[in-house]
Ligand binder design. Sequence first.
Ligand code: DHE
Length: 499
Amino acid sequence: MQRRSRMLENCVGLIFALTFSAAHAAPDAAALYQAHCAACHGSDRFGAIGPALLPDNLGRLGKAGAQAVIRDGRAGTKMRAFKSALDDDSIKALAAYVTAPPATAPVWGRAQIEASRVLTPEPAATKPVYSADPLNLFVVVEGGDHHVSIVDGDSFAPLYRFASRFALHGGPKFTPDGRYVFFSSRDGWVTKFDLWTLKVTAEIRAGLNSRNIALSKDGRHVAVANYLPDTLVILSSVDLSVEKILDVADRNGKASRVSAVYQAPPRDSFVVALKDAPEIWEISTAAQGEPFTLRRIALTTPLDDFFFDPAYLHVLGAHQAGDKAIVVDLDSGEEVATLPLPGMPHLGSGISWTRDGHVVMATPHLKDGRISVIDTTDWKLIAEIPTPGPGYFLRSHDNTPYAWADSSLSPQHRDEISIIDKQSLTLVRTLKPAPGKATAHVEFDRSGKHALVSVMEKDGALIVYDAVTFQEIKRLPMSKPIGKYNVYNKITFSQGTSH
Ligand code: DHE
């Protein structure tokens, strides 16, 4: 009896000790990472839909910054707040984990890039395998189930659908003749697709965490901007073979991530935004002379998210504080104007048009419900058009008097599209294509007579509107259609669309 009660005492003691120590044990950061972060940031922390979570990649964020982002999320991105799911100790442990070097250092150099390349024999073709106008196709990125749809821009009938790499991001880029399109995914894959034969012809993983791609003026080179590693990779557009890898570092040798790369056709160059260095890079793509020569433009502060004036003489870049933009003369390399733009302007979505004989540009904001309109002759802010909430995109076409903007970052107004008169700078109409559902990203057909809008939900849709009467013409069910791109508008560099 005595022995049994002593055993019972020991047992209770053991359970108490285990419970007590479990309650006070340090959180297992690696396990927390796999449970909460790995799906978006990759189980190896090399990045996937979200950026790589590695000290080099996180740059100046630091442990305290990482804790704040895990706790409160990051405005304007997919990073949500974890404060209701994780206690303070777990958040601290996770922040320490992602800001410490991984057991194995990530390496993604020429050997790894080249080994990833997949080539598919290209079927011979002298014309498209369909009768639709190949220059009036829409390429639609469906993020819900990671597919791409090709839609006829006259009948609005879907022609073809194929599985893409995970989490495509940014605008696909087209060869000047409109035959081939290149996609990039957040985890570094570049895909070449033939719009005549409707076949993927080549793929390569050019980085572990990539931002976007750009095609050279002649369509012969594809540049890939990477966050991880700190490289700009230049590929041949023919077979995606590696032509050059530039290690990106400032003039003192300090490495920098690449925010984005842009094609600048009138300059026959790529223009590169550096995330961690006060420099803009211009890389020549001219067929003559030394290939890919680098010119550094020194800045007073790092700038990213660029808008170019139509002649590509100036670039407007967002200050990383999100409250102003700086205009740089690309020929002289001088900073020629500073504009107060509180609200985190999304300059990459900027568009331009002519008003009162001047070229104006307009940009939405990621944190404020307004469209800022700027005169590009003197870089003065000429109007602030209120919208129901912050949004990502703005679109127009040379043949329409209107620009269409979303408010998809506003919890209350995410389903609204604002239609703005480009001359009076007033709101003329609000559309609610799918009440309660996030709606954003508009693209016009080749003629400018129709506007296609995305209902960006898993059970979403691509909605075709008459761009004059604003009446709905057709609704195609799609899985979270994100961006859609009209071949003609892209290859002609229409002022109403992003480039
Ligand atoms: Fe994008 C373009 C950066 C979040 C959908 N986005 C771009 C470009 C850049 C950029 C630099 C221009 C590349 C190009 O087209 O060549 N995006 C960023 C960010 O820094 C940001 C705010 C945070 C991040 O997660 O990286 C961000 N973007 C998003 C989204 O959450 C969106 C809405 C959905 C998604 O799939 O990620 C999104 N971004 C897009 C789209 C474009 C884009 C659809 C192309 C617009 C176009 O019409 O050309």
